[in-house]
Ligand binder design. Structure first.
Ligand code: GLY
Length: 600
């Protein structure tokens, strides 16, 4: 087994801005119709029923176990493991290995992930950091041109320069070592069978391949797989991936070392360093020394609940926690239709994102005021800035959380796009798993390895600029450092027991999606499906984003009247939620994507 490093970050509650203007110049991953069950080939009766339940806008109910993820084939694989008595960690391995095949644009072996675990036996919450690392040869100017100017985003993304050392294979193994009960090798069987026998290309995968055909076509191995004969894969095509099956067999037999050393690792390194036009720096040593880090969770008190998630290098739990911890000072009594609710959520989010841009990064490399950022007294002070107003804040600036470090960071200038996938699982022993998993941009770096998987572009989650007004930026590139993330896999507890397992893809909008889902359940009493389907209203330190085609559009005039800049746009979350209550498990799968919740 590979090493899991246990590092204690502060075990406290938590919450953070970006180059939003630049990010908004490119549309998010397109939403695709969930499609009929036939869109996924031959599904089991329970999976077909789950798709139908979702289409009706109802939650899925279960007593014993449940899994919710982004593709029915992956959910089925996890359900089979849970039905056979496997743990949530076992089921996650089956789900992730199938997602890497059927939803390759979002996550896979070539990427990284964060995992939050509630252990039923001990009541403990643990987090595993399987984030990618910057190559040891990387320098802070990795994403700058010869004149020191930041590269154009996609010039940085596409090719080898953006590829960090993948963490997902090591994370799968670490989770199994800690919490697995099923035979490791067997957990890859569903994905191996689908890779060899073929799976049906889903509507979403087909539409994203068509949109990205030019970039996918730049690299021969990638083009051969996604654009066979020069034509983009089409919905309903049957696709095989024998190379991926071989990779999974090696993992099944030899564990994660099969990925980080030997032929698979060599294939990764050669693909990155040989990328035409934009080679990268990843080396065999970077792979060989990769280690998952076990970290203490960041937990924030919210209306008698504890909202727990992944601390640095993710900004997810800290920023979600700052938003909720600020809102804790208000009632939100008007509910989801009240403009005052969204004024408070919007400005609480702007304040949190201001802190995120100033302070949050990989705390193994830069000092961070982690505890101070989610100190209730600090958040009450921040809440005071937005209390009793009848207009939006004219500006939202970083605060001064309690911190014993003299360094003043510059504000971050990273660009983040939505991709990624989220898995929520509860097993029959009562363990809960929340994992957000990614290769960053849709199709990552666009580099396909000989092992049949895409490589991430996670390093573009670093700030391209190194300094702001002469002050260093906390999230600048450094060798071995993990790029700041927005991923917010979350488990909400009440009286020490889990009541909600939640997370979403969506770049830095993940933070708003997750905070809103928690509010929908805790404040507004929505069921799991209603909570994920509700129209999105969020703010990342810029415009108030209102979900197109929903009732959220009606907020444009009133919020504009309060002084917010508003924008109506697609907001393609991929929330997967399991609520745990006295009556059992209730699951919700985001209607904006193809996933389902399934349980018994
Ligand atoms: N690359 C998505 C995230 O880590 O936030």
């Amino acid at each position: 087994m590979r090493r899991i490093l246990a590092l204690c970050i502060l075990c406290l509650s938590i919450a953070p801005a970006t180059a939003q203007d630049a990010a908004d110049t490119v549309a998010p991953e397109a939403a695709a119709e969930a499609g009929a069950d036939s869109a996924f080939g031959s599904l089991s009766e329970p999976a077909r029923a789950a798709l139908a339940t979702k289409a009706e806008g109802r939650p899925v109910l279960a007593e014993d176990w449940m899994v919710a993820a982004a593709n029915p084939l992956a959910v089925e694989a996890g359900a089979d493991v849970l039905r056979a008595g496997g743990s949530a960690a076992d089921a996650m391995i089956a789900v992730q290995s199938v997602l890497g095949l059927v939803e390759p644009q979002s996550s896979g072996l070539g990427g990284g992930a964060f995992l939050v675990w509630y252990d039923a036996a001990s009541g403990a919450v643990t987090t595993l950091d399987g984030r990618e690392t910057a190559p040891l040869a990387a320098t802070p100017t990795l994403f700058q041109d010869d004149a020191g100017e930041p590269l154009d985003f996609f010039d940085a993304v596409v090719g080898g320069r953006s590829v960090g050392t993948p963490g997902t294979p090591a994370l799968l193994e670490a989770a199994h070592e800690l919490w697995g009960t099923a035979d490791w090798a067997g957990l890859f069987d569903p994905a191996i069978a689908l890779a060899e026998d073929g799976f049906v290309v889903s509507p979403r995968l087909a539409s994203l391949v068509a949109e990205d055909a030019e970039r996918l076509g730049r690299f021969p191995a990638t083009a051969e797989y996604f654009l066979p004969g020069g034509t983009p894969l089409a919905e309903g095509d049957t696709l095989t991936n024998p190379a991926y099956a071989e990779t999974l067999r090696a993992l099944a037999t030899d564990g994660a070392n099969a990925f980080y050393t030997g032929d698979i690792a060599q294939g990764v390194v050669e693909t990155v360093r040989g990328a035409a036009g934009n080679p990268g720096l990843l080396s065999a040593t970077d792979l060989a020394i990769y280690a998952v880090r076990e970290r203490a969770p960041v937990c924030v008190e919210y209306r008698a609940h504890e909202v727990c998630g992944m601390g640095p290098p993710s900004s997810g739990a800290l920023t979600v926690g700052q938003i909720l911890g600020t809102l804790e000072n208000f009632e939100l009594a008007g509910g989801p239709d009240d403009v005052e609710t969204w004024r408070l959520v919007g400005d609480a989010s702007r304040l949190a994102f201001a802190d995120r841009g100033r302070y949050m990064a990989d705390s193994d490399f830069v000092p961070m005021p982690t505890a101070g950022l989610v100190d209730p007294a600090y958040l009450t002070e921040r809440a005071g800035l937005i209390a009793g107003r009848d207009a939006a804040l004219s500006e939202a600036t970083p605060g001064t959380p309690d911190w014993d470090h003299a360094q003043a960071w510059g504000d971050d200038a990273s660009i983040e796009f939505p991709s990624t996938s989220h898995i929520s699982i509860v097993d029959s022993a009562g363990n809960a798993l929340s994992m957000t998993t990614t290769i960053e941009n849709g199709f990552g770096s666009r580099l396909m390895t000989p092992g049949g998987f895409l490589l991430n572009n996670e390093l573009t989650d670093f700030s391209f600029a190194t300094h702001e007004d002469g002050r260093p930026i906390a999230n600048r590139v450094e060798p071995g450092k993990r790029p700041r993330s927005s991923m917010a896999p979350t488990i909400v507890l009440r009286d020490g027991a889990p009541v909600l397992v939640v997370g979403s893809p969506g770049g830095s909008r993940i933070i708003g999606y997750v905070a809103q889902a928690v509010i929908n359940v805790v404040d507004f009493g929505m069921d799991a499906q209603a909570a994920v389907a509700a129209p999105h209203v969020l703010n990342r330190f810029g415009t108030m984003d209102l979900e197109a085609g929903t009732d959220a559009e009606t907020l444009a005039d009133p919020l504009g009247g309060l002084g917010f800049d508003t924008e109506v746009r697609e907001l393609t979350s991929g929330l997967h939620v399991i609520a745990i209550g006295p009556e059992g498990l209730t699951g919700g799968a985001d209607p904006r994507r193809e996933g389902i919740a399934l349980g018994e």
